[in-house]
Design a protein around this ligand. Structure first.
Ligand code: PLP
Length: 395
């Protein structure tokens, strides 16, 4: 009996454990201090009323013989897929109802999509990066190459014609850097992928936070994407579904590689290893895309966006370089005075009693950078920002 030795190659990711440990040690030693956490990537506002109502109705339907549902379709119920296709249409992108697959969140599909690709493909990720793309490919034993996100490109890495890659993970708006690709930038990636016979796995989990017209919400807003891209999306940050669990993946029917249809391969994989998303959750998901659902979730998104604006304007006042904040709930900032990520973490915790996330936990290019999030409540965000301004003004 042998285990998958690729697991030996995973680098232990102590980031969030270490953040939690340093924070709890500090709180224990300083019980009188009110620590504010701006490090969390989880939402704090509850589900909106139309979603709760739809889920309650869904539960009632499961409790009656006439409306009871057993196993759902692997790809999701048609009414939910139709609601998603209509949502795409609302911002001018056409995707087929039969090209959408509903799932339990973008993390599962971003981690599992590799099942349909050979392990000798070369994977490209941008650095800093959402760690799931890296670790899931290390588990499969694939070679990973990194495209640098840095100050020169506004922490939005661009393709290099001299680098060969087969599977490309892009995340826009980006976690952790908050940067969002413009149409032109994304077109460069689409052209690169089509030219190199590569596939882009495009994570649009934060599309709902886009405010600038020059940034697409979907890779399928770019000509040529249908022959090279798979899009992953999620209701986690859009509609507070981090605990409820629902996302969706879009695979154009014409996407083919190596003599195989990619939608068909992924459908086969899902039919083998996944039994679908529950009826009440799909009822809740469809409610997100109703007119009233959109109105209600946009209020919550606007709340987080205002928090992001409050944090960003403090950075502007302090003259600190940052990306994000505009099209993203994340603010990715350069640690002041040349401090390292962990040095700045300790400094903020001790002097301002504010917790953030050290950038180097997301890759080598994160060293010297720091992530703050806008998912906290307004009062704490304002207080945290005031404290940060005070301690940094004294430096
Ligand atoms: N993709 C990115 C870039 C994320 O930041 C996250 C969550 O933080 C996810 C996917 C996971 O989303 P879900 O909750 O839908 O699994």
């Amino acid at each position: 009996m042998k285990i998958n030795k690729n697991f030996d190659n995973l680098v232990p990711n102590y980031l969030f454990a270490e953040v939690a440990k340093r924070t709890s040690d500090f709180i224990e030693k300083n019980p009188d201090k009110k620590v504010i956490k701006l490090g969390i990537g989880d939402v704090t506002l509850p589900l909106v009323p139309v979603v709760v109502e739809a889920m309650k109705q869904g539960a009632d339907e499961l409790g009656k013989k006439e409306t009871f549902k057993g196993y759902p379709d692997y790809e999701g119920y048609e009414f939910a897929r139709q609601a998603i296709a209509d949502y795409y249409k609302s911002y001018g992108v056409t995707v087929g109802v039969d090209e959408i697959l509903i799932n339990d969140g973008a993390k599962s599909d971003s981690g599992n999509i590799g099942d349909i690709f050979s392990d000798d493909n070369i994977v490209l990720v941008t650095d800093p990066v959402y760690p799931v793309y890296v670790d899931s490919n290390i588990m499969a034993g694939r070679k990973i190459v990194y495209a640098n996100s840095n100050e020169q490109n506004g922490f939005a890495a661009m393709p290099d014609e001299n680098v060969k890659a087969d599977i490309i993970y892009l995340c826009s708006p980006n976690n952790p850097t908050g940067s969002a690709y413009t149409y032109d930038e994304l077109r460069a990636w689409v052209d690169y992928a089509n030219k190199n016979d590569a596939i882009i796995i495009y994570d649009a989990a934060y599309e709902a936070f886009i405010t600038e017209d020059n940034c697409p919400r979907s890779i399928f807003a770019i000509d040529g994407a249908r022959t090279c891209a798979i899009e992953l999306c999620s209701l986690s940050k859009t509609a507070g579904f981090t605990g409820t669990r629902c996302g969706y993946t879009v695979i154009p029917k014409e996407l083919e590689r190596d003599g195989h249809n990619i939608y068909k391969l992924w459908y086969r994989r899902e039919a083998t290893k996944f039994n679908g998303v529950s009826w009440p959750v799909q009822r809740g998901a469809a409610a997100v895309f109703s007119d009233e659902g959109q109105r209600q979730i946009k209020e919550n998104i606007a709340y987080y966006q205002e928090n992001a604006r409050i944090i960003s304007s403090a950075m502007d006042e302090l003259g600190i370089y940052y990306t994000g904040g505009k099209n993203s709930p994340y603010i990715w900032l350069k640690c002041p005075n040349g401090m390292g990520s962990w040095e700045f973490f300790d400094f903020l915790l001790e002097k301002a009693n504010v917790v953030g996330t050290p950038g180097e936990g997301f890759g080598a290019n994160g060293a010297g950078y720091f992530r703050l999030t806008s998912f906290g409540d307004r009062e704490s965000t304002i207080e945290a920002v005031e404290r940060i301004k005070e301690v940094l003004a004294d430096m």
